[in-house]
Design a protein around this ligand. Structure first.
Ligand SMILES: Cc1cc2nc3c(=O)[nH]c(=O)nc-3n(C[C@H](O)[C@H](O)[C@H](O)COP(=O)(O)OP(=O)(O)OC[C@H]3O[C@@H](n4cnc5c(N)ncnc54)[C@H](O)[C@@H]3O)c2cc1C
Length: 373
């Protein structure tokens, strides 16, 4: 029969009367030496060195993978949030350092005195790159978590099913995009620190190392991306992808009406490019899946950027509305709008390049003979 089975293998066996029994034949033989997450030991386990470990079958034989997948959506959402959280901590540290470190005069200023590096445009660009993506990722993760709750608790069956489809589509994006970007964003935090970023005592290098695993465990980005183009896009005829892009377009219309021209234009264009990629995947996956697979990770990133831009567009509209109310934190709300505009002007334009690679670039990914690598 096909399929793997799930077992519990306890450290100690349990006697018939419920008391603690003999030591089971299972032990940790070493701890792995890892690139990061040193606070979470990863063990090499040995089963049955002295004749055989006792394991207890969970559920039915050969159905272990299915049982494991009951926790998969939660685990992948959790790792997506882990990636975003490491980026957030690295950002906080970078901001702190940028306020503190004095280096070089302000560009264009006659005053020769050095200024805090947060005054330098390139440092600001790096901080905004981090800040805007973290805010977008957090919003998308919360949106997904809310859909997960509605999928399991909504009293109307059709709404529960619609939310389950949203969860299915969004989880590989939150997992893959947040964690891939965690590598880039924690690297930017090191860069903001200059040479001190490479020195352990600042602590920022740890975030860079810790971020690396998030794009690997609970399924690598490549595996998330295959899931996204296959089961989550092709198999449902692109329905959820298109429904989400439709919502992004509606938000772009509202941004245009609110006078946020660059946000509206760039979100509208990015949604159109994403549509082009969905059509390409629908057209190629069934007959030439390698073509779709060649651009699967760029497609995952593209969807992350478009949907992240959509979330920040929504946030900007809410912030704008609240600005008229009494007792609000105006600085916070204005910063929300500027952050959304930065994302629209710096991240959303990347979608065009990714779309070109996805739709027109598959051949060059596949062409070289294996021996030529
Ligand atoms: C620190 C740490 C903790 C871990 N904790 C756990 C745990 O608690 N429980 C657990 O079950 N596992 C755990 N893992 C295992 C982890 O989930 C796997 O290492 C991970 O899913 C990648 O699988 P792999 O190592 O077999 O890589 P491989 O599958 O060999 O992948 C190698 C490369 O090939 C790519 N690749 C593979 N197949 C395809 C494909 N079909 N198409 C395109 N690209 C492909 C991958 O994306 C990757 O780039 C842990 C690993 C680490 C390092």
């Amino acid at each position: 029969m096909k399929g793997i089975s799930l077992f519990i293998v306890p450290k100690f066996l349990v006697n018939a009367d419920g008391s603690l029994g003999a030591r089971n034949d299972v032990r940790c033989v070493s701890l792995e030496h890892k690139l990061g997450i040193h606070g979470s030991p990863t063990a090499v386990m040995s089963f049955g060195d002295n004749g055989g470990a006792v394991g207890y079958l969970v559920g039915e034989a050969n159905k272990g993978l299915g049982y494991m997948f009951t926790m998969m959506n939660h685990a992948r959402l959790g790792v997506g949030v882990e990636g975003m959280s490491v980026s957030e901590r690295a950002y906080q540290k970078a901001v702190e350092y940028a306020r503190d470190r004095v280096q070089s005069r302000a560009i264009g200023s006659p005053d020769p005195a050095g200024v805090a590096i947060i005054k330098h445009p390139d440092i600001r660009r790096m901080l905004m790159t981090m800040r805007s993506q973290i805010e977008a990722q957090r919003a998308l993760a919360f949106y997904t978590a809310a859909a997960l709750d509605r999928a399991s608790r909504h009293p109307v069956a059709s709404e529960a099913a619609r939310n389950q489809a949203l969860v299915n589509f969004l989880i590989p994006i939150v997992k893959g995009w947040n964690t891939e970007q965690a590598n880039e964003l924690t690297s930017l935090a090191v860069q903001v620190h200059g040479g001190m970023g490479f020195i352990e005592e600042t602590g920022v290098a740890q975030y860079y190392r810790d971020a690396r695993i998030t794009a690997i465990y609970e399924g690598t980005t490549g595996i998330q991306a295959l899931d996204l183009i296959g089961r989550k896009t092709f198999s449902e005829g692109g329905a959820t992808a298109r429904a989400l892009l439709e919502e992004a377009r509606a938000t772009a219309d509202k941004l245009a009406a609110a006078g946020y021209a660059s946000m509206a234009r760039n979100l509208q264009q990015a949604a159109a490019e994403a549509e082009r990629c969905v059509a390409f995947i629908l057209g190629s996956f069934g007959t030439q899946p390698k073509l779709a697979a060649a651009g699967s990770v760029p497609f995952l990133k593209l969807m992350g950027i478009v949907l992240g831009g959509w979330q920040l567009g929504r946030a900007a509209l809410i912030a704008r509305e609240k600005l008229g109310e009494d007792g609000v934190d105006e600085d916070f709300l204005k910063a929300k709008i500027t952050t959304a505009r930065f994302f629209a002007e710096h991240l959303l334009p990347q979608v065009g390049g990714l779309a070109a690679a996805i739709v027109d670039g598959a051949d060059s990914v596949l062409e070289l003979d294996d021996t030529l690598f």
